[in-house]
Design a protein around this ligand. Sequence first.
Ligand SMILES: [Zn+2]
Length: 282
Amino acid sequence: MPEGPEIRRAADALADAVQGRVAEQVWFGLPGLKCHEMQLSGRQIKGVETRGKAMLTRFDGGLNIYSHNQLYGRWLIMPAGQRPETNRQLRLAIDNSEHSALLYSASDIMVLNDAELLQHPFLRKLGPDPLQDKLSVKQIEARLSLPQFRRRQLGALLTDQSFIAGIGNYLRCEILFVAGLAPNITMLICGSAQLKRLAEVIDRLIWQSYKTAGITNELKRTEKMMAEGATFEQARFHLFRRAGLPCYVCGTIIVKIKMNSQPTYLCPQCQGVLANAQTSIR
Ligand SMILES: [Zn+2]
């Protein structure tokens, strides 16, 4: 599933095409949304915001299109009136005089006014989105210290969207590796140096992934690997999807465990994995 940085980049591309312009025609593919076409067509789009993995296209008059891409949703920006050849189902089209912004395959789309937005069950539960809300390292540190979060295992906490919105599985694994922390420990047993370090790494990797279209590895290492023939997918991570391969830092073999039903990659050496995590390594 795309994570916060990928959604933010899609939101940037959408904003370039539609922000500040009149949406001359808004079209929905889902029958239940057809009633909103007239309501939105002809209105100016004020902005495109992200809430973690969800996106809000904000129209004047206090109306918004909420969309969540889940696994398959994808935005495509085309010159006005053009449609690509694709088997995907078009779910939303926003046309202005220069661009067509097309959302394919997403099924989680709603039209909500500003008041309804505040009541939306998913949005209400979300924590802050670092890329949208410009969260500081200090603020992340403060969240990590809140009673409801400091007792949680880090591997589960990081992908809990009520903690910080937008962290998915690859960011979780990469953040814990860079911070040198095992996924099964809690903030309760961490000292203030570890707390500071984790907050700093959360901030840094989310922004780096956003700016580089998904690289969480050391940038110099990725650059060198790609110059030597590695693909982007092979070079972008420290350890995500690298089970059985040696850690770049210490040479220990990367292992994959299951945590919260998600594959979790770790370096037992660099992350000082506790015994009970090692027993569940498969
Ligand atoms: Zn290592």
